[in-house]
Design a protein around this ligand. Structure first.
Ligand code: GN1
Ligand code: MG
Length: 343
């Protein structure tokens, strides 16, 4: 179908009148296709869900709805994602071309960043994110269905890499040999992590910097991208914040020698995060915050490298070695973090 005809078909499911609207691509997500839609009814985020990644989009939308209702009831003081249902009342549109679409109300007067810009910003982020988790602390785990099984599981991800190497589907393994070796050196730490028995909590699972909306004063207005909210280990959430907020370069940077942990940012983030979580995290969790950071960074490096070896089937790319570069970037960040924690 031609682009406009197709968009009109999608929009007709959401609005009676589609004679006048503006639409443009939006954001920097690596999974879905995201659009900013301006319509007389308001501003919206229209998204085509990647259903190869999220194999059950209905579950994703149901989770989001339940989390939103819960946060509203608890009087969570920040913005809550609000779904615009289709005209016939559905949270999700399954199109005649087997695509899955959804629409959210746009949160106006906000901005997002791909790299933190100030100590205040990272402190606030730690605190606000801690607050988000605090408000979800009593969310009944059985109300939510994991949208991606084994999403944060470094051993499982390492196994996926091990499986991809002998297949060598697109003949790229030789280009990744240094990174494969560096990753395999982490096997003992990953094995140790597996032996630790952390509590299962409701977590966000993708709290990277560009999943936070800020106002013009750098205050967090909303935690967005709730697709992966699921039962899990809170240390991955803390780790992902550090991975993306306390770094000197964003995850797309290819100036690998510049990719480092900013110690002051890291400390500020941790102070903010603990302000909201210290009272209710277990000692085991608090003792392993740093290991959580190591685990999420190594896991992210593994995921990018595996996708490079498999031929870029998971993450969006714009050039052929991008996933390899992303893995290199994450490994540089990991080594910088290790230097900090061992000094
Ligand atoms: C993906 O779609 P986006 O950019 O929010 C990924 C995260 C990764 C991230 C790396 C469902 O998130 O796990 O950390 O890319 N989400 C999924 O930037 O795989
Ligand atoms: Mg995401």
């Amino acid at each position: 179908m031609e682009r406009n005809v197709r968009l009109n078909y999608i929009l007709k499911n959401y609005f009676q009148d589609i004679s006048d609207y503006k639409i443009s691509t939006f954001g920097s997500g690596l999974i879905h296709r995201t659009f900013f839609l301006q319509h007389s009814k308001g501003n919206f985020i229209l998204q085509k869900i990647n259903h190869h990644v999220f194999k059950n989009p209905e579950i994703v939308m149901q989770n989001i709805q339940r989390v939103g209702d819960f946060l509203l009831e608890k009087k969570y003081p920040k913005e809550v994602l609000k779904i615009l249902p289709t005209l016939d009342g559905k949270l999700l549109l399954h199109s005649n071309e087997d695509e899955y679409w959804r629409c959210f109300y746009f949160i106006n007067d906000t901005q997002y960043f791909s790299k933190a810009i100030s100590k205040k910003q990272v402190y606030d982020t730690g605190k606000n994110f801690g607050e988000f988790l605090f408000f979800l602390k009593d969310f009944p785990i059985e109300w939510i269905t994991p949208s991606i099984p084994n999403f944060h599981n470094p051993s499982f991800r390492l196994q996926q890499l091990e499986n991809a190497i002998p297949k060598n589907l697109v003949n790229r393994v030789h280009k990744a040999s240094n990174e494969i070796k560096k990753i395999k050196d982490f096997q003992p730490i990953i094995d140790h992590w597996e032996t630790l028995k952390f509590p299962t909590r409701v977590v966000h699972a993708d709290p990277k910097i560009n999943n936070l909306l800020f106002d013009n004063n750098e205050n967090v207005v909303a935690v967005i991208d709730w697709d992966t909210i699921m039962p899990g280990n809170i240390l991955f959430d803390f780790g992902d914040l550090v991975r993306t907020m306390a770094c000197t370069e964003n995850e797309e940077s290819t100036d690998f020698y510049k990719v480092k942990i900013d110690i002051e940012f890291y400390q500020n983030l941790k102070i903010g995060f603990l302000e909201m979580t210290n009272d209710w995290l277990t000692d085991l969790e608090k003792e392993h915050l740093e290991l959580g950071v190591t685990m999420i960074i190594i896991e992210q490096a593994i995921r990018f490298l595996t996708d490079f070896i498999n031929g870029d089937i998971y993450y969006k790319t714009t050039y052929s070695s991008q996933n390899l570069d992303r893995a290199k970037n994450q490994l540089a960040l990991l080594f910088s973090f290790q230097e900090i924690v061992s000094s």
